[in-house]
Design a protein. Structure first.
Ligand SMILES: [Zn+2]
Ligand SMILES: [Zn+2]
Length: 255
């Protein structure tokens, strides 16, 4: 199984996971042309996408989904709550499948295991994806670590983990007070320290890859995110990958 990012951050997100001829796209926050270009950078055609999985209805995750899915006739999977929020925008699409935050389901060769997260959306989830042999955990857009999240991600072989902000940079940075409160709140985004706390609560013994994702361009730096996770994992900071807004990250193989 392998995975890569089309781009990660508040201007748009997209992550691909592929095994045995099945490739799912988790979220699509880029326009159609941009998405096609970003897929091409990874050697993928739109026709190689088996399904789009949606984590929640925020624009940086969903804005590109309706047009891209309709144009290339790709099935879309989202929670009942997410679909309730976006029903009008998804009206013209024929292949839309609803799932509950606790339902496991299969797409081709991949097993999809959603888990509920605290975030200011209707029914937000994140995912563990497995090909039956190895598991990738994906967690962004989460206000705080929970025991359920730690349990869902325990023992994964690879982890894409939000490191949204450094709390000091956020609090001393340019955002208005209300936005600072939203981001730092329990339904906002994970700080570097909160992500490190989550890592400490998980079984990390099988981790082959850790990528810090959804970094704020104003309130974080790759160095601070790397340092926080490396401290929790007891590894070299360079070992932690970074998903950037512009480039995402290149394919990573899980063996
Ligand atoms: Zn987001
Ligand atoms: Zn969000």
């Amino acid at each position: 199984m392998r995975f890569a990012s089309l781009g990660s951050g508040s201007d748009g997100n997209g992550l691909v996971v592929e095994a045995a001829g099945t490739c799912v796209l988790i979220d699509c926050g880029f326009g159609v042309k941009d998405t096609v270009w970003r897929l091409g950078r990874l050697g993928l055609e739109p026709s190689s996408i088996s399904a789009i999985l949606v984590t929640h209805e925020h624009g940086d995750h969903i804005s590109g989904v309706p047009a891209f899915a309709a144009r290339y006739e790709i099935p879309v999977w989202a929670t009942f709550g997410t679909l309730a929020e976006v029903s009008i925008r998804f009206e013209e699409m024929t292949q839309v499948y609803a799932f509950d935050s606790h339902d496991h389901f299969a797409i081709g060769a991949l097993e999809i295991m959603p888990f509920a997260v605290p975030h200011d959306a209707r029914e937000p989830v994140q995912f563990v994806v497995s090909d039956g042999a190895v598991r990738l955990g994906v967690l962004t857009d989460t206000g705080c670590p929970t025991p359920h999240i730690a349990q869902s991600l325990s023992g994964v072989n690879a982890l894409v983990l939000e490191c949204n902000h450094d709390l000091d940079m956020l609090m001393n940075g340019p955002y208005p007070a209300q936005l600072k409160r939203r981001i730092a709140g329990r339904l906002g985004h994970l700080s570097n320290d909160a992500s490190a706390e989550l890592v400490r609560a998980m079984d990390c013994s099988r981790l082959q890859h850790v990528i810090a994702a959804h970094l704020s361009e104003k309130n974080n730096t790759p160095e601070l995110a790397r340092a926080a996770l490396a401290g929790a994992l007891n590894c070299a900071p360079d070992w932690i990958g970074i998903a950037t807004q512009e480039d995402g990250f290149a394919w990573r193989e899980i063996s």
